[in-house]
Write a protein of this length. Structure first.
Ligand SMILES: [Zn+2]
Length: 101
C-alpha cells in the first residue's frame, strides 16, 4: 500500500519549508530545508581550552530553535563564549559523545 503525500507529509506549519519529491514511480517524500535558528538559552558549561582562540575560555551549553514551528527541532551545542564556535573545546577531528557530557 502506498501512502499519498497528504498522509505522510509534514505538518501544516512546515509546508513553506518543504517541497514534495517523487522517488521512483510509486513512492513520494518531502524535501525540507532548514529554517533560520535563534539562540534561546545559554548556560555556563565549563572553562576549558578553546582550540580556535588558543587560550582557556568559558564554554556554554547553547539551546537553539527555529523562530516558528518547523520540521527541524531544537538543537543543543557546546560553544565557546568568545568565538562562538561549536565544540571548540574538542581536539580538532574529535566529535562530542552526548552520553558522556
Ligand atoms: Zn573560542
Amino acid at each position: 500500500m502506498t501512502e499519498t503525500l497528504e498522509e505522510k507529509g509534514p505538518s501544516p506549519t512546515d509546508i513553506d519549508n518543504c517541497v514534495p519529491i517523487l522517488i521512483g514511480e510509486d513512492q513520494a517524500g518531502w524535501l525540507c530545508r532548514s529554517a533560520p535558528m535563534i539562540e534561546v538559552d545559554r548556560t555556563f558549561h565549563r572553562q576549558s581550552w578553546c582550540f580556535y582562540c588558543r587560550h582557556t575560555t568559558h564554554h556554554s551549553m547553547v539551546l537553539r530553535n527555529t523562530i516558528e514551528p518547523n520540521y527541524w527541532g531544537p538543537s543543543i551545542s557546546i560553544r565557546c563564549d568568545e568565538c562562538n564556535n561549536v565544540d571548540a573545546d574538542l581536539f580538532p577531528g574529535r566529535a562530542r559523545e552526548w552520553d558522556g557530557l
